[in-house]
Design a binder for this molecule. Structure first.
Ligand SMILES: Cc1ncc(COP(=O)(O)O)c(C=O)c1O
Ligand SMILES: N[C@@H](CCOP(=O)(O)O)C(=O)O
Length: 471
């Protein structure tokens, strides 16, 4: 299976090469050239299977033999053995036809672990097989960075540099990145927003000399393997609710559009999903785009769900590519307009295709707090503020279509955001035992200006000092 870039001007790559490439050389994002298909019988058989078994069945056709089956199977087993819950991603019922899919039972208490635990193993495997090494650069609004640090710490084959917005992540999120004493882990606090960090990471990939010199690789959801791994939990959740014979919808708290895109991928390869509901916080660019067709960047507002304080939703490009009938020229034009004018207009036909499969709701700060409070009062269940965006959006979908079960994705453990949860519910959630001492651990990070050259200089020098990278 080859993978093509959404901008059509980069080499087509197999799964392992796309995994190491992260961003395509033309600035686009990789996607499979063709979609494999899982049959209804295969999906029906997922009910009662372990998470790892379903992952093997879903990922096998996407990896398509590029990694030997026995190795892939061993890595999948290893990745999901790190989760604290036997079901890996258990499903909980919150109300009539309202379910919560808990994705936070991995090592860093957020959904990112589901893909990142596998990605760390896959990259290590491919790099070792090639006798190669890589410098991973990643941008985070809090959770991707923690999960990546946990998955890649101590690996001989990689140095990992994580850029996060200084002062705009929760204390727990920051400490998960800054208290890991491993020589290959580097936490960089950038004086800017998450969007600034993400633009810099993309800028580094587009700086060919730097990219080649450092052998850059990426772990954000610009990396196709991240999205592929996230598609698995849509299958486990839907199968346990009666799929493929019973349609199911999903409501997903959304920022960079990776998680909900994974649901759309699950649908592409055979899962009967009725609706994909995008839930945004007050940073509502995607809700505005679905309603008007105009994708327009405005300033980022800090919210109680900081991991979703994003304006440039990278993975929306993958959806646009498909909605435009894989016309890479059209995507290049839209992305050029985004760079030049901070905006683009989605044409009527592709917008219509997107609206057939997606709806969107923006949940403001008052409603996020109300959702946490009301859910706690009614059920005793404690939501984190990101998940509250998802359940609020799910309730809106249920109002319109009460007969179809809606699964809201629960993307983080409430103890990662204790202040916001306590303000809304009066309950201060506690961290699980393996993280109980995190607030007392020694931190190490470097504050850097919002300037790509300065960040590149730092990475180059640090990589040389730690590993002796050639100039
Ligand atoms: C807790 C949490 N919820 C939701 C999201 C949004 O997910 P995505 O960026 O894949 O849309 C993020 C960040 O990615 C997150 O960390
Ligand atoms: N919310 C994310 C932002 C980066 O998203 P990614 O899925 O593209 O890695 C975070 O927690 O860092």
């Amino acid at each position: 299976m080859l993978h093509v870039s959404t901008r059509g001007e980069a080499p087509e790559l197999g799964f392992s090469d796309a995994l190491l490439a992260g961003l395509a050389r033309d600035g686009g994002l990789y996607m499979p050239k063709a979609w494999p298909a899982l049959t209804p019988d295969t999906i029906q058989g997922f009910s009662g299977k372990s998470y790892a078994e379903v992952a093997k069945a879903v990922l096998g056709p996407l990896v398509d033999g590029d990694i030997p089956e026995a190795d892939l199977s061993r890595m999948i087993d290893g990745a999901y053995a790190t989760f604290r819950h036997p079901a890996v991603c258990p499903l909980n019922q919150l109300g009539d036809n309202l379910f919560v899919l808990e994705l936070f039972h991995g090592p860093t208490l957020a959904f990112k672990d589901v893909a990142m635990q596998l990605l760390g193993r896959l990259m290590d495997h491919v790099l070792k097989a090639r006798g190669a090494r890589a410098t991973i650069v990643g941008a985070t609004s809090g959770d991707t960075g923690s999960a990546a640090v946990e998955a890649f710490k101590g690996l001989d084959q990689v140095d990992i540099f994580i850029l996060y917005p200084h002062g705009r992540v929760s204390d727990v999120q920051r400490r998960q990145m800054t208290t890991v004493a491993s020589p290959n882990v580097h936490a960089l606090a950038v004086e800017g927003t998450f969007d600034d960090c993400q633009s810099m990471v993309k800028g580094m990939f587009n700086h060919a000399r730097f990219r080649d010199e450092l052998q850059l690789s990426g772990v954000n959801s610009i990396n196709w393997a991240r999205v592929a791994a996230q598609a698995v939990y849509y299958f486990t959740a839907a199968a346990s609710l009666g799929s493929p014979h019973r349609p199911v919808s999903f409501a997903v708290p959304t920022g960079n559009f990776g998680d909900i895109l994974a649901g759309w991928v699950a649908k592409r390869i055979g899962l009967p999903i009725e609706q994909l509901m995008i839930g945004t916080n007050a940073n509502d660019i995607l809700a505005r785009t679905l309603s008007s067709g105009a994708y327009e960047i405005k300033g980022v507002q800090p919210t109680a769900s900081p991991s979703m304080d994003i304006q440039i939703s990278s993975n929306f490009e993958r959806l646009l590519f498909e909605a435009y009938g894989r016309d890479a020229g059209a995507i290049r034009r839209l992305m050029a307009s985004l760079t030049q004018a901070q905006a683009f207009l989605v044409d009527a036909e592709p917008l219509g295709r997107i609206r057939e499969e997606f709806s969107a709701t923006a949940v403001d700060e008052a409603n996020v707090a109300a959702e946490m409070a009301e859910t706690y009062q009614a059920t005793g269940y404690v939501l984190d503020p990101h998940t509250a965006v998802g359940t609020r959006a799910a309730r809106a979908l249920l109002k319109a279509r009460p007969e179809t079960p809606v699964v809201a994705l629960s993307t983080a453990h409430p103890a990662k955001f204790p202040d916001a949860v306590e303000r809304a519910t009066g309950v201060r959630p506690t961290l699980p035992p393996h993280m109980a001492d995190i607030m007392g651990r020694q931190e190490g990070f470097t504050v850097l200006p919002n300037d790509q050259s300065a960040v590149e200089r730092f990475i180059r020098e640090r990589a040389r000092a730690v590993r002796g990278v050639a100039a």
